[in-house]
Each structure stands twice: as structure tokens, then as C-alpha cells.
Unconditional design. Structure first.
Length: 301
């Protein structure tokens, strides 16, 4: 009887659902799971972005403490199963661990040749890395991004994605000084940029970008005001396909996750596309026992 009670309590503890019972919308939630893994002494926490290699079924996750994790990922239309493979400390070209002030890794993506790129806060930077976390080289940033004045050093390149036409795409977490806070910019390493009018919510930021099947963008906006404050996240489709460089693009709000409307509060920071119209979204637990690393698998209709 005691074992049965323990099993039931454990099952309830592992059961997870961020979605309120009365939700009806354009997104189908396929699976949600709290992640808790051991990687040979590395602290598996504070995940900030994801990237998925369909050819090898490998899921990459980066932590904002300068750590890279890899999983064997069995993903189908009904769910996912992750098997941890390796964890790495991000290192310089000389093989030394990145200095503490240079390892705030936030964005992660793979290009069409499965090259791995990571973006950083602090001084805005995008770098090409080997799959074992060793840096190969820095990527040249567009002039407009290099000249952008940050609201703070911790509000830099939070997001990263690969577009087959425009190359690497990134955005500052918060709009640059001189712009209204809700007026954001998506930058391409090809030199083009597009403007986005964000939801006018206190502390609203861009935390992730992903390229959709039709060439437009899926943007994760997140307004996080502490564990006890109001939380809201929005998934927004940004139509850059027929939008000229420098102009505000049409957008469509696909989902609003609002703690005031029955949604479970999580600090969502990362996105990646894993199949046609299907995505993974991950939360940053802030290395706190009061928060969780949650992986959400969903489909957009």
C-alpha cells in the first residue's frame, strides 16, 4: 500500500499541463514534460534555446551558463522521447572554457549544412561552434546591429534562427535605445532587417525566433516579472516573406499564455521546429527550486 501511494504521488508530481481546461485555439498541445537530467556533473538548468537535427534525430540545448547539451530525440506526431547523450562546456578555439563574462549563451540554431551557431548576451556576438562546444569563429554582424545601443549588457542577442534565404536571424531581447519599447527589429546577417510591433506589455521581450515552413517567422514574446509577478508569453507569426527590409511587417497572434487566465507560469525562452508545423518550446528554470525546465511540444494549424 505504501509503495502504491508513493507511485501515485510520483505520477501526480510528474504529470504536467500548462494549458487551462477551457483552451481552444490554433495550437494543438501534443506533449508537455518536466526535464531533469544528469550530465556528468554539469548543472542541467537555465536552458535558453533549442535546435534540432532531423537527419540524426539529435536535439541540442544551450544553457545561459555556457553549457551545451545533446539528446537522442525520438519525435513523432504523437510525442517525444529524449535520451541524454553528452554535455559540454563551451570553449574557445584554444580549447579553454569561455570566460565567465563571455559565456552568456542565449540563442542556438543549425544552418542548412548542420553547422551549429550560438548567440551571446553581453557584447552582441554570434559564433560558429563544433558539436562538442569548441568555438570555430565569430560571425560578422550587420552594421545596424553593431551600432545598436543596448538598454543593458544583459539585453543583447537572446534569439537565433537560420533562414534559407536570409541566413542567420537574430534580435535584441529588448529594443535598442531610441526606439519605443514595443518596436522591435529582426536582424539578418545578410544586412536586411524587419520591424515588429510587439504587444504593449510591461517587460515584454523577444526570447526566441524560429523559421516556419512557409518562410515566415514564429516569434516568442515573453513578459516575465518574477516568480510572484504576472507572466505572459505570446507566440506571434511575423510575415517577413512579402515585407520590405526596414518596414513593419504584418503579424498574427497565435497564442497567449497568461498566468491570470489559468495558464501555468513558466519562463519560456527557446523554440525549435521539429517537423511540418510542429515545434518544441522550453522554459528557463532560473536555476531555482521554485521553477522548472519544461519542454512543450505543439502543432500549429
Amino acid at each position: 500500500m505504501r509503495f502504491l501511494l508513493f507511485f501515485l504521488l510520483l505520477t501526480v508530481a510528474n504529470a504536467y499541463n500548462i494549458v487551462p481546461a477551457n483552451y481552444h485555439g490554433k495550437i494543438k498541445f501534443i506533449k508537455q514534460e518536466k526535464l531533469d537530467y544528469y550530465f556528468d556533473g554539469l548543472n542541467f538548468s537555465e536552458l535558453s534555446d533549442l535546435a534540432y537535427d532531423r537527419a540524426s534525430d539529435t536535439l541540442y540545448a544551450v544553457s545561459d551558463k555556457g553549457l551545451l547539451f545533446t539528446f537522442k530525440a525520438n519525435i513523432n506526431k504523437d510525442g517525444f522521447k529524449l535520451t541524454p547523450l553528452n554535455g559540454y562546456k563551451l570553449k574557445s578555439k584554444k580549447g579553454k572554457r569561455l570566460k565567465k563574462w563571455k559565456r552568456d549563451s542565449e540563442g542556438l540554431t543549425l544552418d542548412n549544412r548542420n553547422n551549429l551557431y550560438i548567440s551571446f548576451e553581453g557584447k552582441p556576438k554570434i559564433s560558429l561552434f563544433r558539436k562538442d562546444g569548441v568555438k570555430i569563429k565569430n560571425i560578422k554582424l550587420p552594421k545596424a546591429l553593431k551600432r545598436a545601443k543596448l538598454r543593458s549588457k544583459n539585453k543583447s542577442l537572446e534569439s537565433l534562427a537560420w533562414h534559407p534565404k536570409y541566413g542567420l536571424l537574430t534580435a535584441l531581447e529588448y529594443s535598442k535605445v531610441g526606439d519605443k519599447k514595443e518596436n522591435q527589429t529582426i536582424y539578418s546577417t545578410s544586412g536586411k532587417s524587419w520591424r515588429l510591433k510587439m504587444e504593449p506589455i510591461h517587460n515584454n521581450a523577444i526570447t526566441a525566433i524560429e523559421v516556419m515552413d512557409d518562410g515566415n517567422l514564429l516569434i516568442l514574446e515573453r513578459a516575465y516579472n518574477g516568480l510572484l509577478g504576472k507572466f505572459q508569453a505570446n507566440l506571434v507569426k511575423m510575415y517577413i516573406k512579402n515585407c520590405k527590409s526596414g518596414e513593419f511587417c504584418k503579424k498574427e497572434k497565435l497564442l497567449t499564455i497568461d498566468s491570470a487566465k489559468g495558464w501555468q507560469v513558466e519562463n519560456f525562452e527557446g523554440l525549435c521546429r521539429v517537423g511540418k508545423n510542429r515545434y518544441l518550446m522550453v522554459s528557463d528554470d532560473n536555476d531555482s527550486i521554485l521553477a522548472s525546465t519544461v519542454l512543450v511540444y505543439f502543432e500549429i494549424f
